[in-house]
Design a protein around this ligand. Structure first.
Ligand code: PLP
Length: 452
């Protein structure tokens, strides 16, 4: 017999430890316990229905229980649920690699699987550093990354993605990284125009990277939108300029498209907006339609070929994860790519993105406590501030962002903030009506919390 809400709550509060959660607060609140999903909606065990406004933390693509994905998964279950990729291969893993390379930015030719965004980034870093050793440039061991980048929560990805709030207790475990200020940093903290901020950020990157060019292995960055930083957007031209700086100094460019990949920005990959191909591309989240943990690190034949040699030379990339390239994950990823093509998902997003932009400009921007709105495709950050003119933030203890999302939840919309930045990242197939509902509810919730 199914457990009732009170019993589930008791067990949750007794046995669980939730991620990124102050558990003292958690146990003082009524938990929302999801029972099932359908389309773009989540349903909790008490029968309440919520629009999934952040795609179940940025990974769902076509909604829940999508027929084509469910079927691909069941078909694969009838063959095999898991078999290793170490010393063996399997059908969906091979097919998916082929399909990924077909749609990937030009030059990428090899797929290395893993199981999360963090591991996709760890693999990219290890590949880059080993590559230069194998090419005889032993001094190229350092990594550069952007200020307030987020690349996941394992030690390597924390190092490149350091955030004071998240990682201050683990500083002793992290390796040193060269930091570049992204354009948003200048705009936000020095009050520059977008063009000035872009110019400054590129100039600084050029100086820092040129100075370190003999010691740097790679630059790793989230293109267009630094998600977890609070949806820090980059103006057009930034990724392209950094690519050029890397090329000039022969430094590898690693793009972390774990959040921006698979259509979020309106193109399959964010780097397509900038016509930039990275040397290494990290993918996860949407790759499996948001169904299963699957990730991939894609790279060029040039990098791959550096690892070739006789067994006894030990040039091998000694890295692996038990569940890497899990066949169920690969099968559902194949069905995901198929749906993108068959349903012309990216084309059909366009009018929705235009509607979103219009609503953000006309309704949200003028609000008294909206300091900034940042958007690329269906990725949105609405930054709430106490005072608009000076961009004075709210005191943290007010929990303004959290109060807004709880208000939205009461009205049937599920979102999750990043501090006082309200994040919207709906599934790509959200309907016009649902998108309107999402925006209406969030608009009302912001006003209720900040104006009353
Ligand atoms: C979510 C995220 C990650 C980490 O992915 P996990 O699957 O949670 O490990 C890495 N990079 C970016 C840009 C992300 O948004």
């Amino acid at each position: 017999m199914a457990l009732d809400y009170e019993e589930l709550k008791r067990l949750d509060h007794t046995y669980l430890w939730h991620p990124f959660t102050q558990m003292r607060e958690w146990v003082a609140e009524e938990p929302c316990i999801i029972a099932w999903g359908e389309g773009h909606y989540l349903f909790d065990v008490q029968g309440r229905k919520y629009l999934d406004g952040v795609s179940s933390l940025w990974c769902n693509v076509f909604g829940h229980r999508r027929d084509e994905l469910d079927r691909a998964l069941k078909d694969q279950l009838n063959r095999i649920a898991h078999s290793t990729f170490l010393g063996l291969s399997h059908v969906p893993g091979i097919e998916l690699a082929h399909r990924l390379i077909e749609i990937a930015p030009s030059g990428l030719q090899r797929v290395f699987y893993s199981d999360s965004g963090a591991t996709a980034v760890e693999i990219a870093l290890k590949m880059a550093v080993q590559y230069w050793q194998l090419r005889g440039k032993e001094k190229r061991t350092k990594i550069a990354s952007l200020v307030e980048a987020y690349h996941g929560d394992t030690v390597g990805s924390m190092s490149v993605g350091y955030s004071e709030t998240f990682h201050r207790f683990h500083r002793s475990m992290l390796f040193p990284v060269i930091r570049l200020n992204p354009p948003h940093f200048f705009r936000r903290f020095k009050g520059m125009s977008e063009e000035e901020a872009l110019k400054n950020a590129v100039q600084e990157a050029d100086q820092t990277i040129s100075k370190e060019k003999d010691s740097l292995a790679a630059l790793v960055m989230e293109p267009l939108m630094q998600g977890a930083a609070g949806m820090w957007s980059q103006p057009p031209g930034y990724v392209k300029a950094l690519k050029e700086i890397c090329r000039k100094n022969r430094i590898l460019l690693i793009l972390d498209e774990v959040a921006t990949g698979f259509g979020r920005t309106g193109k399959m990959f964010a780097c397509e907006h900038e016509t930039v191909s990275p040397d290494i591309l990290c993918l996860a989240k949407g790759i499996s339609g948001g169904y299963l943990p699957l990730a991939a690190t894609l790279t060029t034949e040039e990098i791959f070929s550096a690892f070739l040699g006789e067994y006894k030379e030990f040039k091998t990339f000694f890295h692996g994860h038990t569940y890497m390239g899990n066949p169920l994950g690969c099968a559902v990823a194949l069905a995901t790519l198929e749906l993108f093509k068959r349903e012309k998902i990216l084309e059909r997003m366009r009018p929705k993105i235009l509607y979103l932009i219009r609503r953000l400009e006309q309704d949200f921007m003028p609000l008294q406590h909206v300091g900034d709105v940042r958007q690329w495709g269906l990725m949105v950050g609405i930054e709430l501030v106490e005072e608009k003119k000076t961009l004075q933030p709210y005191p943290a203890e007010r929990r303004t962002g959290q109060r807004v999302i709880l208000e939205a939840r009461k009205k049937g919309v599920m979102i999750r903030p990043l501090g006082d930045v309200i994040v919207l990242m709906p599934p790509l197939t959200i309907t016009d009506k649902e998108l309107k509902l999402l925006l209406d509810v969030v608009y009302d919730s912001i006003r209720t919390v900040t104006e009353k």
